[in-house]
Design a protein around this ligand. Structure first.
Ligand SMILES: [Zn+2]
Length: 231
């Protein structure tokens, strides 16, 4: 088989011991051995693994500090947008979200999403962390914003990967247990939510939003005592 045919089917073949810098590679700096890879895979199909590692983040075109046009350069083990003037390097910061399994007696709190992804489906309440927040504070803020509920945040139960619409990993989701800190009333519906409610095990909506939602709710349902029919 031709090496090029192989790379077309399975992506580029990397030979870390043979790092080359070749004018044929459009990224100029990737570790691909061009003998085995057509140059177009480095940029045209974004198959170069070094390029891919950073393409999960939106790449700046201009320096946010001095407005110089950024160049792609190999820094800190990856090709990164770099400023030739002031030295700025763009690092892809992961997004971090928090979600909560808010339980009261045998009811779980779910919100119906008003925005994509998964608009119209039911999910655990939560949202993105702001810089400077700790996860529990972020959850308390999100619960207050989404449904007007004060909560006590308890244990971290799982960490899930966060993927964007193209299936590319862009961050992590921290899932916690929580319980109402006072009144159970859901007296506010936030901008990104269309409905919210407390659901018993036998009335959990079928159209759940994310794999994390489904996994966590199935685990919660498995812990619930079976109720006799007609109860
Ligand atoms: Zn700069």
């Amino acid at each position: 088989m031709q090496p090029g045919a192989n790379s077309a089917r399975h992506g580029p073949v990397h030979h870390p011991s043979k790092h080359v810098r070749s004018p044929q590679c459009l990224t100029l700096w990737c570790a691909t051995n061009l003998k085995y890879t057509h140059p177009r895979y480095c940029l045209g199909n974004l198959q170069c693994f070094r390029y891919n590692n950073l393409s999960m983040a939106k790449r700046y075109r201009f320096c946010p500090f001095c407005a110089t046009t950024l160049v792609e350069a190999f820094r800190f083990e990856q090709v990164r947008p770099c400023c030739p003037s002031c030295g700025f390097v763009q690092f892809p910061d992961p997004k971090v979200a928090v979600i909560a399994l808010v339980i009261h007696q045998d009811h779980i709190l779910l919100v119906q999403r008003g925005v994509d992804p998964a608009k119209g489906r039911w999910a655990l309440p939560g949202g993105y962390m702001d810089a400077g927040e700790m996860p529990a504070n972020a959850l308390q803020r999100e619960l207050a914003e989404e449904v007007g509920l004060a909560v006590d945040v308890q244990d971290l139960i799982q960490i899930y990967p966060m993927n964007n619409g193209e299936g590319r990993r862009v961050g992590i989701v921290l899932a916690f247990t929580a319980s109402p800190a006072g009144d159970l009333a859901l007296d506010r519906i936030g901008d990104d939510v269309t409905d919210a409610g407390w659901f018993p095990p036998d009335a959990v909506p079928a159209d759940l939003a994310f794999e994390s939602t489904t996994t966590l709710i199935q685990a919660w349902l498995a812990q619930q005592p079976q109720r006799p029919d007609g109860d």
